[in-house]
Design a protein. Structure first.
Length: 280
């Protein structure tokens, strides 16, 4: 069996998911998922949100029919856990009453293994790692399912996760630490690139406001080009690089000894190691 396979092709949609979906934790990521579900056609009356400090935006959704912090603790067909990992043990114990053996439990918490989810909450567990571009529907999520997750439940999880971007499935939970290091933490690396590109522009003599604008729009535009193009990133890079030109001069530094390749490798190793530590 392979350890990775592409995002599943499923006819399952948000509109035909059955039963109640409870969302525990409606912060930035949980809130983005909820917004995506509603925009994708999920009936608001079937959504339950458990959030002790709901934002004004989440409270406003109650007017559309979602049940916010209901007093009943009836079991649900699907529970999505989006609380902070350090709050999971306490929150999970309170959520356990909502979980039946057949409940699909989808976790988007970093560093929380399926074993811990099964011990605290029970149910049929899917562990997922999204990233912050989910807030604008451009996220990438990697998910892994426990052996007791049915085909129908996997399709339900896929539809819920796909509401905020694309989804890839793996069958080896051990890959999730590296996934966290690459895509979960990855947006911060891109933002750092924009930050440092602007700083270097100022050092080269540009006004700060102009340097910041140039860096921001260059990173954003290049990302969109990469998104729309079918060409590999290496080919797009080569297309910008004229032999002996300014780009080639810069890349000689970035791709040289102790350059970006070595730095990024060390960064991913460090983030992967930290993710493993958090899971203990």
């Amino acid at each position: 069996m392979t350890s990775w396979y592409c995002g599943m092709s499923s006819n399952n949609t948000l509109q035909n998911i059955t039963g109640t979906i409870a969302l525990a934790g409606a912060g930035k990521m949980g809130g983005a998922m909820l917004t995506g579900w509603l925009a994708g056609g999920l009936d608001a009356k079937r959504a339950v949100v458990i959030e002790p400090m709901p934002s004004a935006e989440i409270e406003a959704l109650a007017a559309r029919g979602i049940r916010l912090n209901p007093k009943d603790t009836a079991t649900v067909e699907t529970l999505v856990i989006a609380v902070k990992p350090q709050s999971f043990r306490e929150a999970g114990a309170a959520l356990k009453s909502r979980v039946a053996p057949s409940t699909l439990v989808v976790s988007i918490m970093a560093g929380t293994p399926m074993k811990a989810l099964q011990e605290v909450c029970g149910g049929a567990v899917v562990r997922a790692m999204p990233n912050t571009p989910a807030a604008i529907g451009r996220g990438i999520t990697v998910a892994v399912a426990a052996t007791n997750v049915s085909t129908a439940q996997r399709a339900t999880a896929d539809a819920l996760l796909r509401a905020t971007g694309s989804v890839e499935w793996v069958d080896d939970e051990g890959l999730m630490d590296a996934v966290t290091a690459v895509s979960g933490s990855g947006p911060a690396y891109v933002f750092l690139l924009a930050e440092e590109l602007a700083r270097a522009g100022v050092a080269a003599g540009l006004p700060e406001e102009l340097a910041t604008k140039l860096a921001r729009e260059t990173v954003a535009g290049s990302g969109e080009l990469l998104h729309r193009s079918e060409l590999p990133s290496s080919t797009l890079r080569q297309n910008v690089t004229s032999p002996g030109g300014t780009t080639a001069a810069a890349l000689e530094v970035l791709m040289g000894k102790d350059g970006m390749r070595e730095l990024m490798t060390r960064a991913i190793v460090a983030a992967t190691a930290r993710s493993k530590e958090l899971a203990k």
